[in-house]
Design a binder for this molecule. Structure first.
Ligand code: NI
Length: 183
């Protein structure tokens, strides 16, 4: 396994539409894509991220990993087990929104307050190419929306409606975090 370089805002790969993964290629013995997934997980752990999408490691493919277990960047969030998503599709995004402060390993020193749907349905495949369906809500739904946005060339800044609620990490902790009692 290896820790991969994370593409930062300004790298055009973050703005591309990621390609669907060929499931035959994914499940072939000694598929390079399995190594990529292992490396994405290791890179996410190394950077204390709650999620990572393949375009963030300069691979324009529809692969996302996420996990939230005792995360230093998100200490107050509920635990989410390690999940690998291939070719995810979102439906049933709730009209009801929740506001939350998001960070991103590709914008590593920023936090921004973003409105996301409270709940959604996700259909896709796991790393073995088997179909999976997830009904997510709250923090997991937010993470899924953030990560799948990376697959369509979007970052959380694009979802912000009030840029006065964009902050550097340190200022976020000083001025905003005490008031942050949201989902
Ligand atoms: Ni991100």
């Amino acid at each position: 396994m290896a820790i991969l370089e994370i593409a930062r805002l300004g790298n055009p790969v973050l703005r591309q539409q990621a390609l669907p993964v060929d499931l035959d290629e994914l499940t072939r013995p000694d598929s390079e894509l399995q190594n990529l997934i292992d490396d994405m997980i290791e890179t996410m752990h190394d950077a204390d991220g709650a999620g990572l999408a393949a375009p963030q490691v300069s691979r324009s493919l529809q692969i996302v990993v996420y996990e939230c277990e005792g995360n230093k960047r998100y200490p107050d969030r509920p635990s989410i087990p390690l999940t690998v998503l291939v070719n995810p599709r979102l439906t049933d995004l709730s009209e009801e929104k929740i506001m939350g402060w998001e960070g991103c390993l590709s914008l590593d020193d920023f936090r921004g307050r973003v409105a996301r749907s409270r709940s959604l349905r996700l259909d896709g495949f796991d790393r073995q190419g088997l179909p999976i369906g997830i009904n997510a809500e709250g923090f997991e739904a937010v993470v899924i929306q953030h990560e799948t946005d990376h697959l369509i060339g979007k970052v959380f800044l694009d979802r912000m409606t009030d840029l006065t609620q964009l902050a550097y990490q340190k200022e976020f902790e000083t001025y905003w975090m005490p008031d942050d009692a949201e989902a």
